[in-house]
Design a protein around this ligand. Structure first.
Ligand code: MTE
Ligand code: LUZ
Ligand code: MOS
Length: 771
């Protein structure tokens, strides 16, 4: 069978042999010019003048373009239109592009662009880097949001126990291995072809068309693959696509724009850091009775996707738990930093980690096992099963999933073993935590939940598929090819998926919110079914059988004893003038959402999972290691277990990096030369996990898939996998907290911030030792 089997990624061989072409590998058309961006040297200021003549005089420079050269709208913001492509009037963060240099070579363009600080006259304005300071100033990129159920204040007042606290959570750089890039080529009659490394070709088409004053049908955007996106190329690929297109259109020459890693860090935003303030009321069993939470996200300089990110944060504060009364307020603070954007989980991880930290504290206060407190709060199956945003949780499998993991990974026994170890080990302390995940699947903006596909069957029986989704390494094209091969009953190898292209499938959504396979798999299935139905009707008439009796499997088409090779049938159908290609469409059913009240049914279904992590912490140095992690994750009926396990492992390690080693620091506005600079703008100072950070012992990162079929009518009853497992390494963070609190005999709650760097761990240890 082709569904449910572990096929390698469609480009696996190309990836590992270095033969998978990314945009910078495409053969350059003769006459290609290269762009580089001149960046703001200040975090905030009035842009009074740009002496571009000096830049134009640099060797190799062909043109220097600024906001005034944009013929259409100077905007690349995805929802709120507050994001200039090139700065106009004001600069809002240190690194904001002010002008575009186009030169014969990339080196010449970069050397000329490096004059930015010398050629810009900027009158400094006060800059705010800290989201809490912006919050005090009531400086937001979108209006505050409020999600409420019941009377939280009354529930807290009436509760047997009350807990109050704060939690600080850092942002995260996507660190896609292929950086942002666009290559724009002028086409006949004012057309443009833009190769863009983007999760959202249609959005790139719109931004380019608006910026240049063109119609959408003049702009073709193509993306064969990305070397990772992780949300960072959902909206923020637009600035690069627009700049390359602007120069190509103006100069009528091909123009490539590939910022280096440092510029990519300085220009683009990342995961929103969050600051939480909470008050909860709970009972003796640790059940949360009321929660009053303020979430302040660091939105950066513009709105970008901050509003839907905050919506998802608010709608994932419940994580796996029934919360009878909540009062959740979300503030997207405007700061003078890069504009933060989508990153795997899209606010969900931030919101859900807050409740996990709260439950961890509740358990410690009550002297109860944290897993017991979590279980006491789980959503029910027939009652206690409505989310604060009004959606009933109909597919809850938390209890059996967590029971299975806890048994397999010997949770209770290991708790006791760790307590014994810690009692005998004054310096090295072990910690353990088991955390669950519930993650809502669908875009929380209902109309994005649609997709299209195009399936061509050629007369030799080979098949070409285009769909609206983009391949960023996650294996979407492999899964869609599996779906089409299954419908037509042909071997996987007979199906090829080609580049995503706005000239083939129109009006696509971003490949995001983990919905790539759910949406595009269904659309491709629709297209393939139409072709199969036509072929079935054709052959049924010849064989004198009912069309439903015709089977497509194993490269054969059969009805009873009659059989024909698929390729032979296709050739005959072509001769009989049967249409051998089709489009397909899908829109997720049953979704509705009231954006003002934050109520409705935003999600088609939920994906679940749980992880148990064990760490060891050196309490003298703050160093630690992950000793073992056991994961049980729900992907419904897996379309491709190898790809799904790869997604779970990758998300686990990526989420672990976010919560432990990846720290973002900006130079404070201290009057120094570096004021406002993102100091951690390269791999030398920003530490992502490596292969050495996974547990060393063989099999010690043990990822398994929960046996389950999606009760919702998803593609072959599978579930989305891209983002939900990013929440699994909450268990690593809380295991570190557990180890730190062991120092104080688990009497003191460690004030451990995230990321739990060595420094943060030492700070928390010091606080615990003070008592
Ligand atoms: N996996 C790889 N290898 N590279 C990526 O960039 N992005 C993640 C996830 N897995 C990503 C990835 C994010 S943020 C999302 S939303 C989903 O993949 C998008 O793809 P899907 O909807 O097809 O799962
Ligand atoms: N909502 C969501 C969105 O849940 N995930 C996304 O990636 C997204 N992107 C844009 C707008 N809403
Ligand atoms: Mo993923 S953050 O939805 O691109």
């Amino acid at each position: 069978p082709v569904i449910g089997t572990s096929r390698p990624h469609e480009s696996a061989t190309l990836h590992v042999t270095g033969r998978a072409p990314y945009i910078d590998d495409l053969p350059e058309v003769a006459g290609t010019l290269h762009g580089a961006l001149g960046l703001s040297p200040l975090a905030h200021g009035r842009l009074v003048a740009l002496d571009l003549a000096r830049v134009r005089a640099m060797p190799g420079v062909v043109a220097v373009l600024s906001a005034a050269d944009i013929p259409g709208v100077n905007d690349c913001g995805p929802i709120v239109h507050d994001d200039p492509i090139l700065a106009e009037g004001t600069v809002h963060w240190r690194g904001q592009p002010m002008f575009l240099v186009v030169a014969r070579t990339r080196g010449e363009a970069r050397r000329a662009a490096a004059l930015a600080a010398q050629v810009a006259t900027i009158e400094p304005l006060p800059a705010v880097l800290d989201p809490l300071e912006a919050h005090r100033l009531q400086q937001y990129v979108v209006p505050p949001m409020h999600l409420q159920r019941g009377d939280a204040a009354a529930a807290i007042a009436a509760a047997p126990h009350r807990l109050e606290g704060r939690f600080s959570l850092g942002g995260q750089e996507q660190f896609y291995l292929e950086g942002q890039i666009a290559y724009a080529l002028p086409q006949e009659n004012d057309g443009l072809l833009v190769h863009s490394s983007t999760q959202h070709p249609t959005e790139m088409q719109h931004v380019v068309a608006h910026a240049l004053g063109l119609a959408a049908h003049q702009v073709q955007v193509q993306c064969r693959r990305m070397g990772g996106g992780f949300g960072g190329k959902e909206s923020q690929s637009a600035l690069f696509a627009a700049c390359a297109a602007l120069a190509a259109h103006r100069l009528q020459c091909p123009v490539k724009l590939r910022p280096d890693r440092d510029d990519d860090f300085l220009i683009t935003g990342r995961r929103h850091g969050f600051e939480f303030r909470y008050v909860v009321g709970h009972d003796d069993a640790g059940r949360l009775l009321g929660a009053d939470v303020e979430m302040v996200s660091n939105a950066g300089a513009s709105a970008d996707l901050s509003a839907p990110v905050m919506t998802r944060a608010l709608c994932h504060f419940d994580n796996a738990y029934w919360l009878p009364a909540v009062d959740l307020r979300g503030y997207c603070a405007r700061t003078n930093t890069q504009s933060n954007t989508a990153f795997r989980g899209f606010g969900g991880p931030q919101g859900a980690l807050a409740v996990e930290v709260i439950l961890d504290e509740v358990a410690r206060r009550l002297g109860l096992d944290a897993l017991a407190v979590r279980r006491a709060n789980f959503y029910g199956t027939t009652e206690r099963n409505v989310t604060p945003y009004g959606q009933t949780v109909e597919d809850n499998i938390l209890a059996p999933l967590v029971d299975e993991l806890a048994a397999r990974a010997r949770h209770d026994a290991r708790r006791a073993e760790i307590a014994a170890f810690n009692a005998a080990s004054p310096v090295l302390k072990k910690g353990l935590a088991l955390t669950p995940v519930k993650f809502g699947i669908s875009f929380n903006v209902a109309h994005f939940n649609q997709a299209g596909a195009l399936v061509h069957v050629y007369t030799d029986g080979s098949v070409l598929v285009n769909h609206g989704g983009t391949e960023m390494g996650q294996g979407l094209n492999t899964k869609v090819a599996q779906v089409v091969a299954h419908e037509l009953g042909i071997p996987f190898e007979r199906v090829r998926v080609s580049a995503t292209d706005t000239h083939k499938v129109a009006n696509t959504s971003a490949t995001a919110a983990s919905t790539g396979t759910d949406l595009n798999g269904k659309a491709a299935q629709d297209a393939a079914r139409q072709i199969r139905d036509r072929l079935a009707a054709f052959v049924a008439a010849r064989w004198q059988v009912a069309p439903e009796a015709v089977q497509f499997a194993g490269g054969q088409v059969t009805a009873g004893a009659q059989a024909l090779a698929f390729a032979e049938l296709v050739a005959q159908a072509y001769a009989a003038r049967i249409q051998l290609w089709s489009d397909g469409f899908y829109a997720t059913p049953g979704l509705h959402w009231d954006r003002e009240r934050l109520q409705g049914r935003p999600f088609f279904y939920f994906a679940y999972g749980a992880a148990l992590s064990e760490v060891i912490v050196d309490t003298l140095t703050g160093e630690w290691r992950l000793l073992r992690a056991d994961v049980l994750h729900d992907v419904g009926a897996s379309l491709n277990p190898a790809l799904d396990i790869g997604q779970v492992e990758g998300a686990f390690v990526q989420g672990m990096g976010w919560l432990t080693t990846e720290e973002l620091r900006w130079q404070p506005m201290d009057g120094s030369r570096a004021a406002g600079l993102l100091l951690t703008h390269a791999p030398s100072t920003y530490k992502i996990p490596t292969a050495n950070d996974i547990p060393l012992a063989p099999g010690a990162l043990d990822v398994r898939l929960f046996a389950h079929r999606n009760p919702a009518d998803s593609i072959h009853r599978s579930k989305a996998v891209g983002e939900p497992p990013l929440l699994l390494p909450f268990s690593v963070f809380l295991a570190i907290r557990d180890a730190v609190s062991a120092v104080g005999g688990h009497r003191v709650d460690p004030p451990l911030r995230a990321p739990a760097t060595g420094e943060a761990i030492l700070d928390a240890l010091a606080a615990v030792q003070r008592g």
